[in-house]
Each structure stands twice: as structure tokens, then as C-alpha cells.
Ligand binder design. Structure first.
Ligand code: NAX
Ligand code: ADP
Ligand code: K
Length: 514
């Protein structure tokens, strides 16, 4: 599912009346009706006339609210409008919609009129949408504070945001001081990017997408659109990506995945990755570790995984030949000898490659080795968490978190790699500029070894024939969805190995949903 930045929403807004021959007021009519419909649906069980307060700012977000007010009144609900201050300035469409509200004698109030929220069943936040700039202040902040106070006293009041909760940055997900958590956010065309990122995601409540009355994707295909696309990774997307098996398939058809990792005291990491690769459906899985760790590995690993050892570059080349996918890094350790060895291997091999953990560390700063990857025929997949990514790029963790989508996109384009930037949420960036934001996963996943499991799943899918970006997207979604299933009964204490064991069920459910 596509998600939109405020620049893309604006582009659609400008395309519609110029190239699309669709007046903005028509889009607004659809948006406002969408809000009214969503309110009626959410309160359906009550089956009675509602007392609705529409709080409208002076831009087009507020104008959408005024359309909703008009619509709800037509449907027999008790409606009043609250605006931040008494002067009637605002965007042209706001003024036009306000004139209609006044002509219909729908009450228009300000905070000077006393307790404007008294007896409200529903309060609609149409103060600010994608036009938010800077901090909330003045009468807008005061209105939000009063709404919050009312909802604290009457928690049954339904709080509905138009497009985005006012104060939420539609691109980054940052929230201004004073932003309220909603029960429902009715957004138009597609979710806004900031609604899929924290902290914004936590403020939206249930997200309902309403149409604008035309296929807005067409607008974005216009040659003057220079924005790179961003998607949300959902079950439907993954359903279309997962490898389908013919009745005649055998282990040779399902890919041979190699995991290179392990060091003294860190044998669990390659083990978790290898076992996860088995659960994700690899035809064969082999793990190779430094010679002195082999015996320990063999006593612990599941019998389905083949094992071996390495000591030099020749060994790594030999093990990786005739493998459909190789993942390198889990538990490798950071001694100088291994670092040099794996760095040489990574920058000289053409095998489909997932680079994780200590192998990312071995790369050092990306500017030194990145150009080697951009020469490859198939991109490597890199799976850093924020700390590893900060080291690779020299950026601070705060600056990455503040703008993870664009930072990931620029990195993937610059080095021509598939980047899996892990976190909440994980984003997958591809060399052509597409970024996909994962929609699965939860805070119960903050346990050592969770990333090793992800690496195994991605390598397994890569070995089964998925393209790099497909394997990365499917891997992060399945990993998070498996954890979400466990989260239903346990919010903490589920293990990476349990997440891996859940993956086949999620794959069956996803593939079976067609
Ligand atoms: N294609 C689309 O995306 C469509 C968008 N529509 C609506 O249009 C909205 C965007 O409208 P606008 O561009 O007019 O923007 P907004 O309505 O979000 O806000 C713009 C106004 O708010 C003021 N403002 C901005 N930040 C402020 C702050 N921190 N404190 C106080 N005032 C602040 C601005 O000075 C301006 O007057 C969307 O969110 C959506 O609700 C709909 O009408 C349908 C079509
Ligand atoms: N709060 C969270 N929400 C969603 N996913 C999370 C959360 N915390 C951790 N994860 C996921 O768990 C995994 C942790 O990976 P990583 O930090 O590499 O762990 P390790 O190094 O222990 O294997 C990543 O896939 C990450 O996205
Ligand atoms: K709003």
C-alpha cells in the first residue's frame, strides 16, 4: 500500500484542478463526506442522533471539517462548529465552506462562548493537517488543551482526527507539544508517512482511509513528479511476493542457504540464523564457523542444518560456491584477522549476499568500501540496526531516527544496496529509491538474537529465488508478524527461536489468504 508525504499530497492537490480537471472543492467534498461516513460507522451501534463538535482550523483541513459538519447535519445529527478565533480569515476554500455553514445556520463558536464541548458525543479535530509548520501555539493549542480536558472528564467521547492528528508531522511522525491521541484518524487517498512512524503512529488510533473520488496514483505518474515512492509492507503485499511451490519441487528447488558466522562465546547467533532459514523454507541450510567453534555448534544445532568450518578466504569461497544465498556476520566477532578475511570475501564475491552484525562492523565506514558494492550485478542486502547504521555512515542515531525513511533511501541509492534499517519500524530501501515501511513487529522483540533470526529468514527467501528487495520486505514482515502472533499471549519473554518457529504458520496464513 502506498503511503504519502505532505509534498506528494500537495502535488495531488495541485495536479487535480490543473491537469486532472477536478476542482479542489470536489476532492474536499469527498474528503468531508468520508469523515462523516466514518463517524456514523464508528457509532453505528448507538443508532441515534449524535451531538458532534467540529473543531476547524483555517486551512483546508478545517474546510474538510466544515464539509463533514454540513453532511452530518443533513443526516440528522446535532452539529456545531468551533473555530480558533472570531475573525473569518482563512484559505479560500475555508471561507467558502464557512459561508455555507453560516447560511445553513449551523452554530459557529469560539472558546469565548464557554463550554463548547458540553454534551458532545464526538469531537472532530480539523485544526491542522499536512500544512502544519513548527510548534502548536495560541488559540489552536488552547483548543487542543480544552479538548483533552473534556475527554479526560468524559472518556466515552469519540475523538476523530481529519487527515492527521493536529500537531503530527505528516512526513517524520514527530509530534508537537499538545498533540492529542485520537480514537480514529480518517485520512485521504492513503495513510500519510508520519502515521506509520513513531511517535506519530501511537497518536492516530484506528486509521481509516477514504477516497478522494479519483485514482490519485495517476497524478503521481505525471512526469513532473520527482518524489520517490514509499510503501507500507502489508500482508497483501507479501502474499504477492512469497515463492509458490509446484507439486514437483524438491530440496534442490528451494535453494541452499549458507550462514557464515560464530566465534568463541557467540555460537548462538549463526545457529539462530540457520535454524530460522530452515523454518522459512530453505531447501538446504549450511552453517560454517571458525574451526575452533565447530564442535560446539554441532552439539547444539538442529539436525537439519549442515555444518562446516573456515579459516581463510579460500574456505569461504569454497563454501559459498553453488549456494543460492549467503548471509555473513552473525556472531563473527571483531578480531582483526576475521575482520580482514570477511571484508575481503564480501567485497570480492558475486554470490547473493546478506551482510549483518559483525560483518557490517568489518566494513567500517561505507565510503571506504561502498563503491565495491555498487559495481555488483545483484545488490547486497545490508541489515544494520540503528547503532550499526550510525557507524557505517558517521551519522548520529538521533539524526537517523528523525528522518529514517529519507536517510535509508539516500544510502541505498548512493551505494546501490538493499538496506534493511532495523528498528521500530524497520524500513527497507532499494537501489532504485523505493522505501517500504514495515507494518508488523512489536516491543516484545527487544531480545538478543532477534536480528540473527531475521537474517536467516531473509537469506532463506533469497535462496528460494526472491529478488533482494522482495526477500528483504517479505523477511521483515514475516519476522514481525510471527512476533505479533506471540505478542497476543505474551508481551515479553518470547524468544527469537520461537519467532522463527512461528514463521511457517505465518507463511501458510499469508499464502493461504489468496
Ligand atoms: N489531496 C489532498 O491531499 C487533499 C487535502 N485536503 C485537506 O487539506 C489539508 C491541507 O490543507 P492546507 O494545506 O490548507 O493546510 P492545513 O489546513 O493543514 O493548515 C494550514 C494553515 O494552518 C496554519 N498553521 C500551520 N502550522 C501551524 C501551527 N503550528 N500553528 C498554528 N497554525 C498553523 C497555516 O498558517 C495555514 O493557515 C489536508 O490535511 C487535508 O485535510 C482535502 O481537502 C482533500 C484533498
Ligand atoms: N519495539 C520494536 N518494534 C518492532 N520491532 C522491533 C522492536 N524492537 C526490536 N525489533 C526488531 O527486532 C530485531 C532486533 O535486531 P538486532 O538489534 O539486530 O538484534 P540482535 O543483534 O540481538 O540479533 C530487528 O528486526 C528489529 O526491527
Ligand atoms: K487534523
Amino acid at each position: 500500500m502506498r503511503i504519502l508525504t505532505k509534498e506528494e499530497a500537495k502535488f495531488i492537490d495541485q495536479w487535480a484542478p490543473t491537469k486532472g480537471h477536478l476542482p479542489l472543492a470536489l476532492l474536499m467534498e469527498n474528503a468531508g463526506r468520508g469523515v462523516a461516513e466514518a463517524i456514523v460507522t464508528a457509532t453505528e451501534e448507538e443508532n441515534r442522533s449524535l451531538d458532534v463538535v467540529i473543531v476547524a482550523g483555517k486551512g483546508n483541513n478545517g474546510a474538510d471539517g466544515l464539509v463533514a459538519a454540513r453532511q452530518l447535519e443533513e443526516w440528522g445529527h446535532e452539529v456545531r462548529v468551533v473555530i480558533p478565533c472570531d475573525d473569518k480569515s482563512g484559505s479560500p476554500l475555508f471561507q467558502q465552506q464557512l459561508a455555507a455553514i453560516e447560511a445553513l445556520e449551523i452554530p459557529v463558536l469560539t472558546l469565548a462562548d464557554g463550554d463548547v464541548f458540553e454534551a458532545a458525543d464526538v469531537i472532530v479535530d480539523g485544526l491542522l493537517g499536512t500544512g502544519l509548520q513548527g510548534e502548536l501555539q495560541g488559540p489552536i493549542l488552547e483548543l487542543l488543551d480544552r479538548m483533552e480536558a473534556h475527554v479526560d472528564t468524559y472518556p466515552d467521547t469519540l475523538l476523530v482526527a481529519i487527515d492527521v492528528p493536529s500537531g503530527l508531522n505528516a512526513n517524520t511522525g514527530a509530534v508537537a507539544e499538545g498533540t492529542l491521541g485520537m480514537d480514529l484518524t480518517v485520512t485521504f487517498g492513503a495513510p500519510k508517512q508520519g502515521m506509520c512512524l513513531y511517535p506519530g503512529k501511537s497518536y492516530c488510533g484506528e486509521i481509516i482511509v477514504k477516497g478522494l473520488g479519483f485514482a490519485w496514483e495517476t497524478a503521481l505518474l505525471d512526469e513532473s513528479n520527482e518524489h520517490f515512492p514509499t510503501e507500507l509492507i502489508t500482508a497483501e503485499l507479501i502474499d504477492a511476493l512469497l515463492p509458490e511451490r509446484e507439486p514437483t519441487y524438491h530440496k534442490g528447488s528451494n535453494g541452499h542457504t549458507l550462514i557464515i558466522g560464530g566465534s568463541d562465546g557467540m555460537i548462538g547467533a549463526p545457529l539462530l540464523a540457520a535454524e530460522a532459514a530452515v523454518y522459512a523454507g530453505a531447501g538446504k541450510v549450511t552453517t560454517v564457523v571458525p574451526s575452533d567453534c565447530l564442535r560446539m555448534l554441532q552439539t547444539k544445532i538442529m539436525p537439519e542444518v549442515m555444518t562446516g568450518s573456515f579459516g581463510n578466504l579460500l574456505h569461504l569461497r569454497m563454501h559459498s560456491s553453488e549456494k543460492q544465498a549467503v548471509a555473513i556476520g552473525p556472531g563473527l566477532g571483531r578480531n582483526e584477522e576475521t575482520t580482514t578475511l570477511v571484508k575481503n570475501f564480501m567485497t570480492t564475491t558475486e554470490v547473493p549476499l546478506v551482510i549483518d552484525a559483525d560483518a557490517l562492523w568489518a566494513l567500517g565506514h561505507m565510503d571506504i568500501v561502498g563503491h565495491e558494492f555498487s559495481k555488483r550485478e545483484r545488490p547486497v542486502i545490508m541489515t544494520p540496526h540503528l547503532g550499526e547504521f550510525a557507524r557505517l555512515t558517521g551519522l548520529t542515531i538521533d539524526s537517523i531516527e528523525a528522518n529514517r525513511i529519507e536517510v535509508a533511501r539516500q544510502f541505498a541509492i548512493k551505494y546501490q544496496v538493499v538496506l534493511v534499517l532495523k528498528g521500530a519500524p524497520t524500513v527497507v530501501a532499494s537501489p532504485d529509491g523505493l522505501v517500504a515501511v514495515n507494518s508488523s513487529g512489536n516491543e516484545g522483540m527487544g531480545t538478543g538474537g532477534m536480528g540473527d533470526t531475521l537474517t536467516g529468514i531473509i537469506a532463506s527467501l533469497l535462496g528460494q529465488g526472491l529478488e533482494e528487495v522482495e526477500a528483504a520486505m517479505a523477511g521483515v514482515f514475516l519476522h514481525g508478524a510471527a512476533a505479533d502472533f506471540l505478542y497476543e499471549t505474551r508481551h515479553v519473554g518470547f524468544m527469537p527461536s520461537e519467532v522463527a518457529r512461528q514463521v511457517p504458520y505465518i507463511m501458510t496464513e499469508v499464502v493461504g489468504s489468496e
